[in-house]
Design a protein around this ligand. Sequence first.
Ligand code: GLU
Length: 422
Amino acid sequence: MSMEMEWDDPMYRSTVALFERTAESMDLDPNIRRRLRYPDRAIITTFPVRMDDGRVESFHGYRVQHNNTRGPFKGGLRYSLDVNLGEVTALAMLMSVKCAVMGLPLGGAKGGVRVDPSKLSRAELQRLTRRYTTEIINDIGPESDIPAPDMGTNEQTMAWIMDTYSQMKGHAVPAVVTGKPVSVGGSLGRGQATGRGVVYMVMDAARHLGMDLGEKTTAAVQGFGNVGMHAARKLHKMGVKVVAVSDVYGAIQNPAGLDIRALKRWVNKHGKVAGFPESEPLDPAHLVELPVDVLIPAAIGGVINEKNVQKLRCRILAEGANGPVTAAANEVLRETRDVFVIPDVLANAGGVTVSYFEWVQGLQSFFWSAKEINQRLYQIMSKSFHEVIDVAARRKVDMRTAAMMHGIGRMEEAMKLRGLFP
Ligand code: GLU
């Protein structure tokens, strides 16, 4: 079987296509190019979990460590039925680039378990998480690989991983994961960081484009999870009209703007956005096609594809999700000046940046204020935004190519400086 077949997944093919095209346009060293195309290491585990009714179920888990030249492997852990080796590898590659674009001393990894977490009880999720952690216990650690939340996981998941790891080591090791609850060594602002960072990047993009971000500005947000909800909330707080929001169950709209705080209370109570008073139902497929100033896909990958890319009518596309635009759709976007793309490796990097702060705080047992965290987050993200803008202008390329070039360029430099062992 060829190596490629192992990784046969649309997200992997899309990400490798993007990587190859970037490598071509930046004239990447062929040796570095061959090495970065595949991950350093991929762990695949099948492990049993006892369900509440006494049955034993098998689950497939992954941890893919893409590159650690610039620092320990870093990246989230995803619980979703779509998880496979190809998807996790693509996401791990994006993490390497993301950390490099932000200038963080970290490499890239991603993990996942193929499971629908909404179908498991809390006790089952806890057993699954603890067993998955023991399967990869020798491969993670504060100096080697530091997981974090991603789709389908949250701070409770991280607390269980931290506890399992610490029990095995015989002492508390908070720095083994980030995105933990604050009471067990988490960082202030980590929960909001990804959504907040998306809005920081929208602010910089608007300034760059000479656009006002006020009550005349409209936004649509796909996904009302940890990323979409916090992004929508911050936009609403700034006075931007969030005219449409969706989640896995459906979509709603209100051309006068949705009250996001009230929507959050509604979702806490009813579990979904649908039915929210002062809104009308919207076909979820149409959300990305709305004529808005800012569109934030903050749910799953591949939602902007060949079928709908021509129908986009937004001015700024801020990628809260990882890989929301397929490679084919990206080719179309590169040709148009109408949509300003803030690529995932830049737009959603607020999460891993505050993860980095959390890791640093944990290692030093010295914690920062929320104000310090948000200021430093904005500083790092804004600096990276302008570096990417510079690359785009200098190399005459689109924002995604520029961000990829910037990140891969930093990895190339580090790989060359460190050289080969032995
Ligand atoms: N899962 C998030 C991402 O895709 C955060 C990763 C982290 O904090 O390590 O960027």
